[in-house]
Design a protein around this ligand. Structure first.
Ligand code: ADP
Ligand code: MG
Length: 623
């Protein structure tokens, strides 16, 4: 006569709730059941090590598919349970946190996977997918009797003797019709690889569905493999690379691990092996991937493990957001991962750990810079958006890496800010870094600076606009500013006397010729006498416009433009006294257009007009 029992009063309230919540995350039952098997093996190993038990077998976990029976079986040769233990561990202890569970987490649908583990409900996740669950178990203890536990709803159970003859536990799930997909080898393997890929005991998967003996039809070849049962296949690596000592791992192993785990066939740039026992027990490997372009940069993935059991990807409470551009695996055995996200957000331990990871990443960058600068410069183009983003997001990170920040010049050099300043900025003057956002379009302006031996740095990615504002603000004490090559003329002109009357005259002329009544005209002595003029655009004004565009709001502000004329140029001299008429007007318009073209292409209509006028002016030569 089987013994009947009720799991607990509370279970009745809980089961429907769990079922509903878990609907979206059903595959975690695989993680829970396999990790219970691994736990049982670990406990057995411990008993053996202290001489409490003996073992002669290879420890293993098997996951078996039987499509004929519609069952999925999880089998281990761990320590097993006695009938009393089954009653105690499976039926009662499980729900000790039940009251809490219901009251606290009613609304946290997203966290179902975590909640289940936290409240010791791991085993019960089986009922998400099964209409019946059977446990067959034989304890390691002397003279133990094998026990069977059967339950159809997770609320009521029956117990009877089992015929299991060897030590360990077998858990058989009779799957719901709508969950039969877990009997597909590819589906099951996918889930196993995701959650159990690094569990510490060998986990095998095998299809044990009895093969129908098909008699080959007349004249048909007998198919070779048809009735051979598939061999068990191991799905996990029991000693993941992150647990090894960094000094014992070769570069090839790091790369192979990267390819395998992240399915990225590019080489990683470099990596950081985290290996801490104090103040946190934390191990892991973070890779800097080669970024294909800025817009796909967010494709990093950081896998979080808890004692080799996969928990989730990209838990932003543990891993600082900007590190999400990296790829890696982090194993935190002590982390209270099985609790809700709101808990993680407010947990001091989690915060300290995130800070620790950030610090390690920063330190690694600095050591690359200090010890392998040439390599580091090669990586810079790939890693700089990430580093800059990190600086903006986390000032502590900035403080650590600031001396390893590089600026690439148009000449192809990579300079630190200090190196740039030493080479280009005069002492006693507020330091200005000249930059280009588009080397091709701004080639003419760049040329004017390089002709004066002024280095121009390339800042042409999306993050740069924010980054330079960040630097100017953070380094405000040193009065550092960044100016685009078309933002100012100071370093291209000499501070000498020019006549205000002449300036006024020319301003009137140019406003008339260009039709731009707001055009401001300056008269300056250029250091080089080749150029007639240039147009500068106020840096702050331009940034503001760009920023608002980035936020999706085009304010359509007019650019604050200044036409700077070269007082040393014969054309400018001529214009001061040129006779009124079409020629003077055409020359003025031509000068403005040329200056404009040095910084950006003309719009179509203006281009047509420019070409027409150029032809006309050329004809003057032969008249
Ligand atoms: P947890 O693993 O957090 O303790 P579970 O609900 O997953 O909670 O499991 C409840 C208990 O049932 C375990 O603590 C263990 O004592 C027992 N148990 C579950 N699966 C096995 C197994 N395969 N072998 C031995 N004991 C098991
Ligand atoms: Mg468990």
């Amino acid at each position: 006569m089987p013994e009947k029992g009720n799991i607990s009063i509370n279970a009745k309230n809980i089961m429907p709730v769990i079922k509903k919540w878990l609907y979206s995350d059903r595959d975690i039952f695989v993680r829970e059941l396999v990790s219970n098997c691994c736990d049982a093996v670990s406990k057995m190993k411990r008993l053996v090590s202290i001489g409490e038990a003996e073992n002669t077998e290879e420890y293993r976990v098997d996951v078996l598919i039987n499509r004929q029976e519609g069952t999925l079986t999880f089998r281990d040769n761990g320590l097993g349970m006695t009938a009393d233990e089954v009653k105690k561990y499976i039926a009662q202890v499980a729900f000790s946190g039940a009251e809490d569970f219901l009251s606290k987490y009613k609304n946290e649908k997203d966290d179902a996977g975590g909640i289940i583990g936290h409240f010791g409900l791991g085993f019960y996740s089986a009922f998400m997918v099964a209409k019946k669950v059977v446990i067959d178990t034989l304890s390691y203890q002397k003279d133990a009797q094998a026990a069977r536990w059967i339950s159809e709803d997770g609320m009521e159970y029956e117990m009877e003797p089992s015929d299991r003859a060897t030590r360990g536990t077998t858990i058989t799930l009779y799957l719901n019709d709508e969950d039969k997909e877990f009997l597909e080898m590819w589906k099951l393997t996918e889930v196993l690889e995701k959650y159990c890929g690094f569990m510490p005991v060998p986990v095998f998967v095998q299809d044990v569905t009895p093969v129908e003996k098909k008699e080959p039809a007349e004249g048909e070849e007998k198919p070779e493999e048809e009735d051979k049962p598939a061999e068990p296949r191991q799905i996990n690596d029991v000693s993941p690379l992150w647990l090894k000592k960094p000094s014992e791992v070769t570069d090839e192993e790091y790369k192979a691990f990267y390819h395998k785990v992240f399915h990225d066939y590019d080489e990683p740039l470099f990596w950081i092996h985290l290996n801490a026992e104090y103040p946190f027990n934390l191990k892991g490997i973070l890779y800097f991937p080669r970024l294909k372009n800025e817009f796909t940069a967010n494709e990093g993935v950081i896998k979080l493990y808890n004692n080799q059991v996969f928990v989730a990807d990209n838990i932003k409470e543990v891993i600082p957001e900007f590190l999400m551009l990296l790829k890696g695996a982090i194993d935190c055995p002590d982390l209270p991962l099985n609790v809700s996200r709101s808990f993680l957000q407010n947990d001091g331990y989690v915060k300290k750990m995130a800070a620790y990871i950030t610090r390690k990443v920063a330190d690694r960058l600095v050591s690359e810079f200090n010890n392998h600068r040439e390599d580091y410069q090669k990586y810079w183009d790939d890693i700089h958006p990430f580093v800059k983003y990190g600086c903006i997001k986390d000032e502590k990170f900035y403080d650590r890496v600031k001396n390893a920040l590089l600026f690439k010049t148009t000449a192809g050099d990579y300079l630190t800010l200090e190196e740039y300043r030493n080479a280009n900025c005069e002492e006693g003057k507020d330091p200005v870094v000249y930059y280009t956002s588009d080397e091709k379009r701004q080639a003419q302006m760049i040329e004017m600076y390089t002709a004066q031996n002024k280095g121009v740095v390339v800042l042409n990615t999306l993050i740069d606009a924010n980054f330079i504002s960040f630097l100017e603000f953070t380094e405000r004490e040193s009065k550092l500013t960044f100016k685009r090559v078309d933002a100012a003329a100071e370093d291209l002109t000499e501070t000498g006397e020019t006549s205000e009357d002449d300036r006024k005259t020319l301003e009137t002329l140019f406003r008339e010729a260009s039709g731009d009544d707001n055009l401001e005209v300056q008269l300056k002595a250029f250091k080089s006498d080749e150029m007639i003029s240039m147009i500068t655009v106020d840096e702050q004004n331009r940034r503001f416009t760009e920023m608002s565009r980035q936020w999706g709001r085009d304010l359509n502000l007019p650019e604050k433009r200044t036409l700077v004329l070269n007082d040393r140029h014969p054309i400018v001299q001529w214009l001061k006294h040129a006779p009124e008429g079409d020629t003077r007007k055409a020359v003025c318009a031509q000068v403005v257009d040329l200056a404009e073209m040095a910084r950006q292409p003309l719009v179509a209509e203006r281009m047509v007009e420019f070409l027409r006028r150029s032809n006309q002016l050329l004809s003057l030569v032969v008249r």
